[in-house]
Design a protein around this ligand. Sequence first.
Ligand code: SF4
Length: 362
Amino acid sequence: MSNKRVLSGMRPTGKLHLGNYVGALENWVRMQDEYDCFFFIADWHALTTDYADTSCVKENSIDVLLDWLAAGLHPEKCVMFIQSHVPAHAELHLLLSMITPLGWLERVPSYKEQKENIKEKDLGTYGFLGYPVLQSADILIYKADFVPVGEDQVAHIELTREVARRFNSLYAGPYASVSMISDLYLPGTNIPRGKEILPQPQSLLTPAPRLPGTDGRKMSKSYGNAIFLTDPEPVVRQKLKPMVTDPARIRRSDPGNPDLCPVGDLHKIFSPSETMAKVYEGCRSAGIGCIECKSWVADAIVKVLSPMQERRKKYEDCPRLAWDILEAGSSRARDVAGATMNEVRDAMSISLDYEPPKGSAK
Ligand code: SF4
């Protein structure tokens, strides 16, 4: 395993679906063998949009954790924790919010986009505008080297890098707290001038295939077109039966094209190459019907979901086990975050240690 650190989080929106698995979780499971991974449930982030009804946040957090464990994240290979159990995130968020210009936040593309698209909630709040700063704190507090993101999140990581640069130049740069520029260390600390106290993370662009839902649109819980990681086999088959197909295939005898069919897209992600070959051949020659084709993709999906559901059962039967994993992970996260905060406070001259007044011997 590389000692490079990866940090990523998910909002607790309840049970995860195949789109979440293919878009992020599957990659996390791979990365836990390659990096020092910290994965967190971003419950405070959920409050930036769902502040008016917090009744499901905790339950949803547990559901997300169960899905992580089911998908194959392992507590001995990665740190899984919950954001609100590491209060240092809030402290760093506050300190970084002091130095983040408003304009940087107003320019974040998702800020405008979500404000325009989410009409049913009042997002004119301080918390919503500031959530990229909270996200920066989440990343910087663990000194993450990499953050796996999709294209749409790159702007957030760039903002995090800008915030880190500003922090470092204000509090640890060569001119920080200037008394004697020739001093090698920041006043009253062991921190060398010019040290990156908050290293700049890099985006790790992860290819996320677009996973269609049963109506052909992108799979999303809010569209009601999702196949959940917890769906039992009969439910998976039932959901796939009415799935939209290549519109050119109206009758059984019409040839179709898997490249223009959402079921074909699912095959490309989940089916082995032999099945894929049968799909191309059978669909283009009208040798197979769509019902048969869908049953093959259902087979492939069930093969992915079954071992997950088996693993999940252990934690469903004893939820305390899952909670203990979260607590142990949160404790480890508090240690790492606490060490960073000591450096941050030192650099800002607001350490918790007693310091005698200037000019006094004690
Ligand atoms: S045979 Fe399969 S790939 Fe071809 S149109 Fe029907 S469902 Fe789609």
